[in-house]
Write a protein that binds this ligand. Structure first.
Ligand SMILES: Cc1cc2nc3c(=O)[nH]c(=O)nc-3n(C[C@H](O)[C@H](O)[C@H](O)COP(=O)(O)OP(=O)(O)OC[C@H]3O[C@@H](n4cnc5c(N)ncnc54)[C@H](O)[C@@H]3O)c2cc1C
Length: 257
């Protein structure tokens, strides 16, 4: 049955029946390393996904949006500058970048994850007139990066407009610890990732759409109405969105057979 008839028949326009849940916010940094360090991996899997549970906080931390031979870019979300990355089909830099993100689910009474993410990003804008960049070695030594240190760094930033600074004045302790721990863990799989020359840009933030309450097979509170992908607020990535579609398709097939 076409969706508009389904909505009309269940009177969904006038009596909303779908309850919603509070979504997480993903906060982290964009990491930039020499492309050669990740070549062995990215030549086989274009976008490797790693998930790590931090030792200190037992938080889920993940890699996202790997851009082999790509560049780091700025993104404007409602007037706030955040960081992102992309690769070109026919143009290469010497670096590879990817995000490390920590997901936070806030509990009662706080209900404003988007505002929280925006305010952390605003802090970086406030201190650095936009996006901040810091060498991993400087973070570990408890000092800011400056023009001079960045100029002599082995990895040169592809985002030239990023301001050298100190991300520890921006990112809450919990996120910083999670990110540093994940980099150390990744270094065991990709040697060189946690080198002092690795660049971290902040802040990268990902917001989710409004999340509606769904069953384990992604059925809404209305029988036979399913919701999948980013629009349903349950995913925030290509693979997860695709898999959620498969979950729904399998359930529909099971009901028909
Ligand atoms: C700039 C950017 C970079 C990203 N980078 C990465 C990455 O590197 N790695 C990663 O894993 N994920 C990345 N993502 C996230 C990824 O693109 C999404 O998670 C994924 O595309 C979600 O798939 P989806 O099918 O749920 O929704 P979508 O891909 O958004 O598809 C929804 C479709 O519905 C259509 N539509 C909307 N409204 C209507 C309507 N009323 N009627 C009919 N059609 C409609 C839209 O046109 C669209 O084609 C990125 C997203 C963005 C925006």
């Amino acid at each position: 049955m076409p969706l508009k008839y389904f909505i009309k028949r269940h009177n969904l326009y006038s009596t909303p029946k779908l309850s919603t849940a509070i979504n997480p916010v993903d906060i982290g940094v964009r990491v930039e390393v020499p492309a050669a360090i990740m070549e062995d991996l990215t030549s086989k899997v274009y976008e490797p996904k790693f998930v790590y549970f931090s030792k200190t906080f037992d938080d889920k931390v993940r890699t996202f949006c790997v851009n082999p031979y790509g560049e780091v870019v700025m993104e404007n979300i409602d007037g706030i500058w955040t960081v992102n990355g992309h690769s070109y089909a026919n143009q290469r830099t010497e670096n590879t970048n990817f995000a490390i993100l920590c997901s936070t689910y806030f509990t009662e009474p706080f209900k404003e994850p988007v505002l929280y993410g925006k305010n952390i990003s605003k802090l970086a804008n406030f201190l650095g007139n936009g996006v901040l960049v810091q060498r991993l070695g400087d973070i570990k030594r408890g000092r800011r990066s400056n023009e001079k240190r960045i100029a002599k760094n082995l990895v040169q930033p592809t985002l030239k407009s990023a301001t050298p600074g100190d991300l520890s004045f921006v990112l809450p302790y919990r996120y910083l610890v999670n990110i540093l721990e994940m980099l150390e863990a990744l270094d065991q799989v990709i040697p060189g990732i946690a080198s002092p020359y690795t660049l971290l840009y902040g802040v990268e933030v990902k917001f989710y759409s409004l999340r509606i309450n769904l069953s384990p097979v992604l059925e809404t509170e209305i029988r036979n109405l399913f919701a999948a992908g980013d629009g349903a607020g349950i995913t925030r990535g290509l693979i997860q969105a695709s898999v959620s579609g498969v979950v729904v398709a399998r359930e529909i097939l099971r009901r028909f057979s």
